[in-house]
Design a protein around this ligand. Structure first.
Ligand SMILES: C[S@@+](CC[C@H](N)C(=O)[O-])C[C@H]1O[C@@H](n2cnc3c(N)ncnc32)[C@H](O)[C@@H]1O
Length: 228
């Protein structure tokens, strides 16, 4: 296959993935929980739609979670002030910044931006200039920080999920959680309830509308969009 054809097919694949992510999200509106693995999902009537849709529609990508979450956010929300809690090197913040979002990484571990990332639509590496910056607070998330943002994001942000839901509820903010491991959280799910289901239930009790969605990267790829 020629390089040009290969590039075009990969670009088409990305477009299909983006469309499928939107469809999965629309399919799942109104559900109120999620499971961390396919087996757990399959056992949950509320979330079975996510797994069947994802299996049917989505070819698997191994990584690119920042690019995929960036695509989800820009497809679903108007630009605003966004905090990426536990945002690591800040690639999500960097990508959103280019789309008019005011982004801040809140993470106690000071880190620089990566020097490149893959544009999966164009199938090419993009260099990040050494002078590029995102706003950062190199400190742990604290609830009153929520006041300054419209949307709080926590992707695989260990130990921040409950705190972030509480802060979003207190200040009337939206939140996007992609929970991963249960580490240092003040809530232990009851037996038989997955961590993400417990979070969805907790957010529901706080008055949030909980909309699950699934991104096509390998690992814990189920997100909860919480809005009031
Ligand atoms: C597993 S990494 C995830 C990083 C990134 N979001 C990603 O998906 O690759 C968890 C991140 O949470 C940060 N973190 C740990 N405790 C935190 C806290 N209390 N407030 C904000 N970030 C925290 C860590 O420094 C780390 O960068």
């Amino acid at each position: 296959m020629s390089k040009r054809k290969e590039r075009r097919e990969k670009a088409e694949l990305f477009t299909r993935v983006r469309d499928a992510v939107s469809r999965v999200d629309e399919d799942s509106r109104g559900h109120d929980g999620a499971g961390l693995t396919d087996d757990v999902l399959a056992a949950s009537p509320a979330f079975a739609g996510l797994i069947t849709s994802a299996r049917r529609e989505l070819p698997r990508m191994k990584k690119f979670r920042f690019q995929l979450l960036h695509a989800w956010i820009t497809a679903h929300l108007p630009p605003g002030r966004l905090a990426d809690v536990g945002g690591g090197k800040g690639l999500l913040a960097y990508l959103l910044q280019a789309d008019g979002w005011q982004t801040t990484v809140i993470d106690p571990v000071a880190q620089g931006l990566p020097d490149k990332y893959k544009d999966i639509a164009a199938d090419r590496q993009i260099r990040i200039p050494p002078e590029a910056r995102v706003l950062r607070r190199d400190q742990p998330f604290a609830p009153d920080m929520a006041r300054e943002f419209d949307v709080l994001v926590a992707m695989h942000a260990h130990g921040c999920n409950i705190q972030l839901i509480d802060a979003a509820a207190e200040y009337g903010r939206a939140a996007i959680l992609l929970p991963c491991c249960l580490i240092q959280e003040p809530l232990i799910p009851p037996p038989g309830i997955s961590w993400i289901q417990a979070l969805a239930d907790y957010a529901g009790q706080k008055g949030f509308k909980v909309e699950p969605f699934r991104l096509n990267f390998k690992g814990q790829n189920i997100g909860l969009y919480l809005s009031l």
